[in-house]
Design a protein around this ligand. Structure first.
Ligand SMILES: Nc1ncnc2c1ncn2[C@@H]1O[C@H](COP(=O)(O)OP(=O)(O)OP(=O)(O)O)[C@@H](O)[C@H]1O
Length: 362
């Protein structure tokens, strides 16, 4: 982990509920850390504690060596240099977009270097919207303004609580590229709450997973996604993230070949240049297992791999998860327990992983 880090520890019981939060963790002081977990696992409560909106008497928070709260000190929310983006943008309705952004600039911490108005407008594509009122904007546009406003106060930490949750799929797809730009172009660390694996796979570098108010995983995203010992919730699509490089573009078939540590995959041409680094998300449900290479199949990607673990799928009795090792990388396959038995799968066995679909997430 980088030297800079975001450290916190909280222990609290919410009065009138059976829920308690008991967490102690350090996250990287750069990039996007996803706070991931099932509904009710405590993600929002954790962000509220970090922001000082939920007071925890014995809590501690420090952000890259700036102490916000410890045994002696308690900075109230307005003193904490943070930006907070909620599920629904809460903009001033009587002000234009420009007016909302100007308000944030007035509140900016002058001691901290950060982005200026022109940069925020360009980063989030806001110039055509500046004169409009929030009521005239789409949900996705409002969220882009809310993110720009949060950045303009020059935060040392940006907290985002499911910023895409209230948007339909089309609007989500519209806003994701802007969030990716923040990840690549800004130094401010972000904690990003989500329960969407696709979103997390696309945006995050690091993952903190909560279950019933406890930390069950805290590590780099690629490594954390390939763990099969973490709790599963019904409907949770397991899958891995592979980081690779574009090695070939086949113009005849409109395909791109991506190599990663342990193998290569053909994907639909993504338009990425040769040599570009890309991220691939492979869902466990899109990987099947064969004992021999299948030459008479429509499946484009068949890779030899070694079984490293098999575990029942706690959310569906008929299924199991198989973890496969390819060089330094991993795949997960979700297959029926019956197939696993019929194939006689066991640890260390060499098999062929057939990959039906791969999503490029950049
Ligand atoms: N103000 C409150 N009063 C009572 N109970 C609360 C309050 N806020 C949260 N809770 C309870 O605390 C638990 C954790 O809630 P929290 O909102 O932090 O979870 P979450 O992981 O963010 O969930 P979701 O993904 O559904 O937003 C839940 O059981 C919730 O019902």
């Amino acid at each position: 982990m980088a030297e800079d880090s975001i450290k916190f520890s909280f222990s609290l019981a919410l009065p009138g509920t059976s829920f308690s939060l008991d967490v102690e963790a350090a996250l990287p002081g750069r990039g996007i850390s996803a706070i991931f977990g099932a509904s009710g696992s405590g993600k929002t409560t954790l962000l509220r504690c970090i922001a000082g909106l939920q007071r925890v008497s014995n809590g501690r928070v420090s952000v890259n060596d700036q102490v916000w709260q410890n045994g002696e000190r308690y900075w109230p929310t307005h003193r904490r240099p943070l930006g907070y983006v909620f599920q629904e943008a809460s903009l001033f309705t009587h002000l234009s977009v420009e007016g909302n952004l100007a308000y944030a600039i007035k509140r900016a911490d002058s001691g901290v270097s950060g982005i200026d108005l022109a940069e925020a407008v360009s980063l989030l594509g806001l110039s055509p919207l500046l004169k409009q009122r929030p009521a005239q904007l789409s949900g996705g546009e409002r969220q882009r303004v809310a993110i720009a406003r949060a950045l303009l106060i020059r935060p040392r930490l940006l907290l985002m609580d499911e910023p895409l949750a209230s948007l339909d799929e089309a609007r989500k797809q519209e806003i994701l590229p802007y969030l990716e730009r923040l990840r690549h172009e800004l130094a401010v660390p972000m904690l990003y709450v989500s329960h969407s694996r696709d979103e997390v796979a696309r945006l995050a570098d690091h993952l903190l997973m909560l279950d019933a108010g406890r930390v069950v995983a805290n590590g780099p995203l690629v490594e954390s996604f390939s763990r099969i010992d973490l709790p599963l919730t019904p409907g949770d699509q397991r899958g891995v993230v592979l980081e690779g490089r574009v090695a070939e573009r086949d113009s005849e078939w409109h395909l791109t070949r991506v190599i990663f540590d342990g193998g290569m995959l053909w994907i639909r041409d993504s338009g990425d240049e040769l040599g570009a680094m890309v991220r691939l998300h492979v869902h466990a449900g899109d990987v099947s297992i064969a004992l021999t290479p299948q030459r008479d199949s429509s499946i484009l990607n068949s890779l030899q791999a070694r079984v490293s673990a098999i575990t029942p799928d706690s959310s569906q009795a008929a299924l199991c998860l198989v973890k496969l090792e390819l060089g330094a990388s991993h795949l997960l396959a979700r297959i029926t327990r019956r197939s696993a038995q019929q194939l006689g799968l066991e640890k260390s066995q060499l098999v062929w992983a057939q990959i039906k679909s791969v999503a490029i997430v950049r």
